[in-house]
Design a protein. Structure first.
Length: 383
């Protein structure tokens, strides 16, 4: 698919400087995260472990804040990238539900995720950007809902102009009509809103506009606010491939990277079920050494490992020449907060599958990554 850039009438600023600053801060954050990771494997007492958890949570928050600020600045100068590809809409909502279920439970809120449309409806869209909109809206709603309920829904209908996609997030927080009307203002203009939340809301509206749509907010008749975004997207037909329900996109040779032997055995068994062959290593250093050979079609990478974690290993692999450096990498981890996912993608990973691993989710992620890698290889061959 071709990459396009959203236009904007905002005055030009130094995007290059902001990008360099963001990249430098990100590298420093990842270095700090690596130290925290390694320290977490030391025999610390309860107080030490609690401090490490607090640092790790802060790192996650700062990553998210930085990512949103960088994207928002790019949007303001017309440099926000949109990368459309065929996407099944029902699966998009499944991913969002899986991503937010744990966090909703942690704050005592009830998260209700629904999909209203044809089960196989698919569009040409950027799923990461649509996910960012939902992440911003759901994150804000959970902060306001307390122990109440948050509803996140996607309603789709096909029209002559394309597939009309309506995303909606509703909460039961304490909002007035005037407050609801100003919910999309950037945090610098809305001092009552958390900075990261405010940037996320401003970015959500920019993302909707960049994809040719709009986002609106309205106070509920009762408590709370409902935020809606609407996009009209090209309809695509996803090819039916029944043979992929039992096996992978093709016979693939997989590198399994995990410091836990039991986890490696589980993933190995799944790969056998998918008609794939596999090899195993126990950390990022071993993964980098194995990847140099270029003999793997895909890498399934744990994140938290000694010596070199999954993010560091991915960055190092991406520096390798040729096929070895282009191998698809999928993260296997329980750390799947939106900011974590952003850091994995930024490091060069293609996707994430949460632990405990759902076999059908892993198969889908592997198939998508393998197919995309083949498309890239074919394009290069034609060129």
């Amino acid at each position: 698919m071709t990459k396009k850039t959203a236009s904007s009438a905002a005055p030009a600023v130094s995007l290059g400087l902001v990008e360099r600053l963001g990249a430098d801060v990100s590298r420093r954050l990842e270095g700090l995260a690596s130290f925290v990771e390694r320290l977490g494997r030391e025999p610390l007492g309860p107080d030490g472990q609690a401090c490490l958890r607090a640092i790790d949570e802060t790192l996650t928050d700062v990553r998210e804040l930085l990512a949103r600020a960088t994207d928002l600045n790019a949007a303001r100068v017309g440099a926000l990238s949109i990368e459309p590809r065929p996407q099944a809409l029902r699966l998009l909502m499944d991913d969002i539900e899986a991503r937010w279920a744990v966090e909703a439970a942690a704050v005592g809120a009830t998260l209700l995720v629904s999909y209203d449309g044809e089960p196989d409806a698919a569009v040409l869209a950027d799923p990461r950007r649509i996910g960012q909109i939902f992440d911003a809206l759901i994150g804000r709603a959970l902060g306001d809902a307390g122990r109440g309920a948050v509803e996140a829904s996607l309603k789709v209908r096909e029209t002559a102009a394309g597939m009309v996609v309506e995303g909606r997030v509703r909460d039961n927080g304490d909002w007035t009509p005037d407050q609801a009307a100003g919910v999309f203002r950037a945090a610098v203009e809305n001092e009552q809103m958390n900075l990261s939340v405010g940037l996320g809301m401003a970015l959500a509206r920019r993302l909707a506009q960049a994809m040719g749509g709009k986002a609106t907010a309205e106070a509920n008749v009762g408590p709370g606010v409902t935020i809606t975004f609407e996009l009209t997207l090209p309809v695509v037909l996803l090819a039916e491939e029944p043979e992929r329900t039992a096996g992978a996109h093709r016979v693939a040779h997989v590198l399994i990277v995990d410091d836990n032997a039991t986890n490696r055995m589980v993933v190995e068994a799944l790969c056998e079920t998918f008609d794939c062959t596999s090899e195993q290593v126990a950390d990022g250093v071993e993964a980098l050494d194995a990847a140099r050979s270029g003999r793997f079609d895909i890498i399934l990478m744990d994140i938290k490992m000694p010596r070199m974690d999954g993010v560091e290993a991915t960055r190092a692999i991406r520096e390798l020449p040729g096929k070895a450096g282009a191998v698809p990498i999928i993260a296997l981890t329980a750390k799947a907060a939106p900011a974590d996912i952003q850091s994995y993608l930024a490091a060069g990973m293609q996707n994430l599958v949460e632990k405990p691993i759902a076999p059908e989710r892993l198969l889908e992620a592997m198939n998508t990554a393998l197919a995309a890698a083949e498309d890239v290889a074919n394009d290069r061959a034609v060129a």
